[in-house]
Design a protein around this ligand. Structure first.
Ligand code: FAD
Ligand code: NAP
Length: 358
């Protein structure tokens, strides 16, 4: 089926910040052939292409010229992994699951739990699509996508070919990947394969999660035996619902800034000045600093500026209080960055991708 291309489409419902923005042309593609046709049409009409998934990590600062393609490719398949070198074909407690890029992340986490496929439970309730997950190597509660990714397939917009990337070639980092650097705007991810475990091995090392698990077990009179991946998923959802605003009720894009990674000299200089500054050591001797703490120290937690604000329970989240424009939101982001820069000499990096700035 040929893709339906619409003109002058409002993108308010296609971004979780609910920012007003109009796509010059828009189409949603649910089949690979539709994606190819949409790209060909853009090429022959000299239209710039913008790819979106669930719109939960983008800031629409204005109207979007050219063609916006929403990736809605669907389908899930799996293959149980055989133990290496085992002639009898015994299974290796692992399953490789391939998800088409348009599948919803959280729904697939729940689907996998239902199948008895484990390893994604800490990443419950992250909005967005499977295909966007590798872009920033999504992570939460001590687990990140890179821990599970085996490979992904992407359409190379330069050559028109499908390319397979293994984990190493994705160049994953902290909320980072090749697709934010050398692969920027070049690849359209069409499916993602994750290796999951058929043996429950809950990871509750993240302090906020282990505290929630302990409190739950104490309250219910349970021992550590009762800690299942399903329980971990439920508790992650519970913590997130307590702390993070639901975009459907209070539009937001999750963390607006990345947690800065400081090198040792800067870290030591700051700790000499701010000895209570929380910091999480990194392999290079530096540390990761929670950006929420930096923002809070600047007195900006809960700040309101017209239609935008800094969330009062999680300072890393900027919110649209109703009728905000992208420009207002970026002005607040600028104020936050400037305050943190002045007080700590740390330059906060914006996490979502900004579109529609001339
Ligand atoms: P979009 O916002 O639609 O797109 C994001 C970027 O990816 C864009 O640049 C787009 O061009 C590109 N892209 C999308 N799909 C494809 C594709 N198929 N191929 C190539 N490029 C593509 N993130 C975390 O890491 N951890 C969290 O815990 C977390 N919590 C969040 C909580 C809330 C309430 C919200 C609103 C966001 C949160 N996020 C979190 C951020 C966001 O959910 C993730 O980054 C998610 O992966 C974005 O998916 P999306 O489909 O919405 O992508
Ligand atoms: P939190 O538990 O209040 O912790 C604040 C920050 O400190 C986190 O971002 C986390 O970094 C870091 N941290 C805490 N304990 C750590 C430890 N033991 N080792 C290393 N780093 C540690 O965070 P939160 O805001 O409630 O979020 C909970 C989790 O969900 C975090 O993993 C966060 O990244 C994720 N999350 C992400 C988004 C997003 O949009 N990107 C939105 C909401 C939540 P890490 O980020 O490295 O974990």
């Amino acid at each position: 089926m040929t893709p339906v291309i619409q003109q002058n489409v409002s993108l308010r419902a296609f971004n979780t910040l609910a920012l007003p923005s109009t796509a010059e042309y828009f189409c949603s593609v649910s089949e690979h052939s539709q994606l190819l046709q949409a790209l060909e049409l853009a090429r022959t009409s000299a239209l710039v292409v913008t790819i979106i998934g669930g719109g939960s990590n983008i800031v629409l600062a204005g109207d979007i010229p050219g063609l916006v393609i929403q990736i809605d490719l669907r389908g899930v398949s799996h293959r149980y992994v055989t133990a290496a070198g085992n002639a009898t074909g015994d299974l290796a407690n692992a399953v490789d699951v391939t998800f088409a890029a348009g599948e919803n992340w959280h729904q697939q986490v729940l689907f996998c739990l239902d199948q008895g496929w484990y390893g994604l439970e800490n990443l419950s309730l992250i909005p967005g699509t499977m295909g966007a997950a590798p872009i920033q190597n999504i992570g939460a509660y001590g687990v990140e996508l890179a821990d599970r990714l085996i490979s992904l397939q992407a359409l190379d917009r330069q050559s028109g070919e499908l390319v397979c990337f293994d984990r190493q070639s994705c160049e994953f980092g902290y909320r980072d990947s090749l697709f934010k650097h050398a692969g920027y705007d070049r690849y359209i991810i069409v499916d993602v394969t994750l290796r999951l475990s058929t043996k429950p091995e809950p990871n509750i090392s993240y302090p906020a999660l282990s505290a929630a698990v302990e409190a739950f077990c104490r309250r219910e009179g349970l021992t550590s035996e009762a800690i299942t991946p399903r329980l971990v998923s439920n508790l992650v959802c519970e913590i997130r619902r307590q702390k993070l605003p639901d975009p459907a009720l209070l539009p937001n894009a999750g963390s607006f800034f990345k947690n800065p990674l400081l090198k040792q000299p800067q870290l030591n200089a700051l700790l000499a000045q701010f000895e209570d500054m929380p910091n999480y050591p990194q392999p290079d001797g530096g540390a990761k600093i929670p950006a929420a703490w930096l923002i809070e120290q600047c007195g900006l937690k809960g700040a309101e500026r017209g239609e935008v604000g800094v969330h009062d329970r999680q300072a890393l989240v900027l919110i649209n209080r109703g009728q905000a424009s992208g420009a207002e939101l970026l002005a607040l982001a600028g104020e936050v960055r400037q305050s943190v820069e002045q007080r700590f000499a740390i330059s906060l990096e914006i996490e979502p991708r900004i579109y529609g700035v001339n």
